[in-house]
Every structure is written in C-alpha cells, then in structure tokens.
Design a protein around this ligand. Structure first.
Ligand code: CTP
Ligand code: MG
Length: 179
C-alpha cells in the first residue's frame, strides 16, 4: 500500500507543484485582465494571474524532468522520453493550472468571492484538470501508469496533501486563508 501511495505522489508531483509555486510567484496582471462576465462579476478574479500560471506550469515541467532523471535509481515510473515526455509533463502541470482556473470561473458564477472556500472543488480541481488533460493528450502512457488503483489513491491523498500544504502556506504568511 505504501508503494502505491509513493508511486501516486511521484506521478502527481508535476501536478502538485504548480499550485504552491503559483502562490509564491503569483501577482501582477490577472488572466481575465480585470474584466467582468455578463453577470457583472469578475470572469476569474485577481487570484488567477499570468505570473502564477507561467511559473506554476514551468515548475511542474521542471520537477518532472528531474524525476525522469532519477527514475531509474528511485525505481519509479518515468514520464516517457523526448517529445512525448514534454507533452505528458505539460499536460499534468498545465492541466492542474487549467483545472484551478476552470474552478475559479464557476466559483465566480456561483457568487463565491476570490479566496472563499468551496469544499472538494478547491481540493480536487487541479487533480481533475491534470488527469483529464493527460488522458486526452497521452492516452497510452496514462492508461499504463494511472491504473485504477493509482487514481483512487490520488483522489484520497490529494485533498489531504493540498490542505496540509495550504496550511503551511497560511502559517508562512503566504496565504491569507488556510484553504
Ligand atoms: N495564483 C496566481 N495565479 C494562478 C493561481 C494562483 O497568482 N493562476 C496565486 C494568487 O495569489 C492566489 C493564490 O495563488 O490568490 C492562491 O491560489 P488559489 O487558492 O487557487 O486562488 P484564490 O485566491 O483562492 O482564488 P479562487 O477563489 O478563485 O480559488
Ligand atoms: Mg483558494
């Protein structure tokens, strides 16, 4: 069981890192350029910025390249090689960020302010985005690595990890709220 948990974390690191890195590097121009939707509310809000999106996505790709490098020594799965690995890592990291952005879009439509809590959506948005995008762009790699067992483990451990990291970010003064 510990093995499955470690493998799940390993496979998800390129999707886990973008969020905390976006918190650390975010700020500046918001992705919606401050614009409002038809309902008069912000399209995404000030919590989604180009800087966070860029450095978050980059961090996911870089950690994945590093993992690929040590995979044989760690006896862990690799993210493929060459162009395929780039597509897989881009899908996991950008997918995580797009999942987060999509959630913010719907949060604003539902009237939730930036930074408010939406249980489960806040904890699983990036998981859904990463898994879906990776499934569509890299189906065969995805199917042989994200087995049913791994996906179930990911769905259980991700919210716990997410809340833990956010609590640390809150204590460090990097996040105004602990979620
Ligand atoms: N962040 C960013 N750009 C992104 C994602 C996150 O700059 N694409 C930064 C913002 O400073 C944001 C913080 O990371 O406030 C925390 O991210 P998140 O919890 O996803 O955003 P919230 O501020 O909670 O906004 P929302 O209610 O839309 O989720
Ligand atoms: Mg939030």
């Amino acid at each position: 069981m510990l093995e499955v948990i470690l493998k799940s974390i390993w496979l998800m690191l390129p999707a886990y890192l973008p969020n905390p890195v976006a918190v650390l590097t975010g700020g500046g121009t918001p992705i919606d350029f401050g614009k409002r939707f038809f309902d008069g509310k912000r399209i995404l809000g000030d919590g989604k910025t180009f800087r966070g999106l860029f450095f978050g996505t980059l961090s996911g790709i870089l950690i994945g390249l590093f993992e690929n490098f040590v995979a044989p020594f760690a006896k862990m799965p690799s993210f493929g090689s060459g162009a395929e690995s780039f597509l897989i890592l881009l899908s996991l990291s950008l997918g995580a960020m797009l999942g987060d952005i999509t959630k913010s879009f719907f949060k604003r439509r539902l009237g939730f302010e930036r930074g408010s809590m939406l249980p489960l959506a806040d904890q699983l948005d990036f998981v859904a985005g990463a898994l879906l995008l990776c499934y569509f762009t890299s189906t065969s790699w995805f199917s042989s690595n994200f087995t049913k067992e791994v996906i179930i483990t990911v769905l259980i451990i991700s919210p716990i990890l997410h809340l833990t990291v956010n609590f640390i970010g809150y204590k460090m003064g990097r996040k105004p709220v602990p979620w």
